[in-house]
Structures are given as structure tokens and as C-alpha cells.
Ligand binder design. Sequence first.
Ligand SMILES: C[S@@+](CC[C@H](N)C(=O)[O-])C[C@H]1O[C@@H](n2cnc3c(N)ncnc32)[C@H](O)[C@@H]1O
Length: 220
Amino acid sequence: MEEELINTIKTPIFSHITSEDLDHIYEPSEDSFLLIDALEKDLDLIRKSKPLLCLEVGSGSGVVITALGTVLGSQCHYISTDINLHACRVTKETGRLNGVDIKAVCTDLVTDVMGDVKGAVDVLLFNPPYVVTPSEEVGRGDLEYTWAGGECGREVMDRLFPSVDSLLSPHGIFYLLVLKENNPADIEQIMAKLGFTCTCVIARRTGQESLSVLRFSRQK
Ligand SMILES: C[S@@+](CC[C@H](N)C(=O)[O-])C[C@H]1O[C@@H](n2cnc3c(N)ncnc32)[C@H](O)[C@@H]1O
């Protein structure tokens, strides 16, 4: 008998996150939940690729990679990175409490994991610091790291784009959360030059922010 597949993604338990943690890490927010909703919408597509390795860059509290892990199960491996050590510890714990084993690595973008995951990432996730700020605010401290995106809110995410081709497996998919001010059409053009097609999976206005989740897959 075939195993019954769950088609919804529950929000993981994150009640262990304390107000002291939130002085240092990103609180799960509308953007985190929009990315989870995009993954839920794409779950059939993700499952069809039979993912064996999922990598989240900038995992913060770990709710996004954990949410995906709860539905994909233990045949897939989960690696996360964050520039903030505190976030890596919380990500590991969020995974543990929800039954997802995550290798959480403290590094800039994918620097210290590239050697291990090159060409093998089936699902790549990034909810970057996307807020438009002066460049000087990028990377100033733990909390600034979570939101300060510099010019057009693009200074951090733009540094990841050239690595996507090397990271992804032949059928790998990249999910990126963006703000309207990040100029998604320009991101689409940059990624097209790198060999990827772009689809907007989901879009939502939350308060002042117009957010969307873009999916990139290799051009056929
Ligand atoms: C908007 S928060 C998203 C957190 C979490 N993924 C979520 O959706 O709730 C951005 C995260 O990226 C991390 N980050 C910022 N710059 C980074 C860098 N250069 N390398 C790795 N992580 C980075 C921040 O510390 C923060 O945890």
C-alpha cells in the first residue's frame, strides 16, 4: 500500500524561542510564513524531484527549513547556514523539537558548505535581508543582518546569485523571497543570464510590504 502523502505544511513549533533569543535573531514573520506557503503550493513539484538535499541560506530561527523537513522526511538531508551563530543554534533546536535533523553552519552565505554540497542541492531556500537601507547598515550587528539589504535591498542576495548554478543539482530549484523594491524583474534577468527561468509562486501584500517568492529552475 502506498504511503499517504501530506499536502499541507504546518508551522513548526517554535515556542522554545525566548525574548532574549529575539534580541539576536529574526522572529518568524510574514515573510517567513509566505516562503512556507510557497513551498506548500509547490509541494508536488518539490516531491517529484525526489529531493535528497535541502539547503537554507540565512535560516534565522529555522522555521522554514524545519517546515519543509517535516513533510519531506528523513530521506532528505538538511543543511542551513547563517552568519549569526545564535541563529544557527536556534535553527538546530527548532529542527530537533520538530523531528528534523539540521546541520546548521555559521558562515557567510555558502562559503563553508560549498565544498560539501556542490552540485547536490535539490532545494535551495533564501529569505534574505531585503529591506532597502544605506549600505553602511548591512552586516552591522546581529539584528541588522536580518533585515538590512543595502542599496535596493539587494546587496546580500546579489552575492548569492553567482553561486546558484554551482550549488544546484541538475533538477535543483531555488526559492527566493523578494520585496517589490528589490526589482524582481531585474533579478529575473540576472538569473536568466546565469541559465535559470523564473516563476512567481506566490505574492502577498503585508502592511507596507509587497512580497513575493520566486522559483528558479534551470532553463531547458
Ligand atoms: C530575513 S531573515 C530570514 C530568517 C529566516 N530564514 C526566516 O525566514 O524567518 C535573514 C537571515 O539571513 C541571515 N544573514 C544575513 N546575512 C547573511 C550572510 N551574509 N550569510 C548568511 N546568513 C546571512 C540573517 O542573520 C537572518 O537570519
